[in-house]
Design a binder for this molecule. Sequence first.
Ligand code: SAM
Length: 243
Amino acid sequence: MKYGELTVQKSPRWVYQASPYNHNSAKVAALPVEVTGYVLLDTMIRRCGYKTFDGLRILDFGCGSRFGQTIWNLNLPVGLYLGIDQNDKAITWCRENLVAERMAFHRINMRNKGYNPKGEWPSPGYIVDLGHRNFDIASMFSVITHQQPDEADLVFRMLYEAVRPGGKMYFTAFLDPATRDYREGDETKPGHMSTYNPDFLISIVEAAGWTLIEAHEPGPLNATAFICRRRDDRPLWKRVVGV
Ligand SMILES: C[S@@+](CC[C@H](N)C(=O)[O-])C[C@H]1O[C@@H](n2cnc3c(N)ncnc32)[C@H](O)[C@@H]1O
């Protein structure tokens, strides 16, 4: 369109998207999605050593729709955001409404005592086999809080395969130093409040190829947060020639 000498540029098409699904506690869900989504994502990337979202490749396991909605509505310049969840409805909504080259969503039918007891047991290479790898950060917000030890172990291994050497894993968990290894926080609902002895949880993390580098006390929006670095277990000659 022209106004005299002035050519009016086209604006990019942007439509506010609001997911009908919310998987957060009532206290958190009472706040705007983009507020909690942004605060948590921004805190995560800073704790992982980044100042901006520019080009970051983020793999979000147990994504729900909060962070996809946040990235879309705030137009955060991630390089790639891949959200994976067993929840078919949430993933379908994300795929249909958050359509952008830098965003991808996948439904995994993984067995989980609380969410999906009849699911399957994927291989550690499951995410890489989808064609996605070399992520800078793998995130799990309120996801290990719902995994029994064998489930947590498999998830840590799947994320290990998909993150680049030296990349980070960020997750939150319920801890109780007085617990021997693991207990159900709510015996009536297995997987609802997975509670770990910190040393036991760290032993699972480290056995899956990660080195724990930092932990942060619970905040108003999340349980204790852990930051881990993916160890580079490639033989020295491969690291030297870069394969
Ligand atoms: C409490 S919600 C948190 C959602 C999102 N991370 C957030 O913070 O808004 C937990 C999510 O993890 C997903 N989830 C839990 N265990 C899973 C598993 N083993 N495989 C895939 N998704 C899982 C659930 O379907 C649910 O969407």
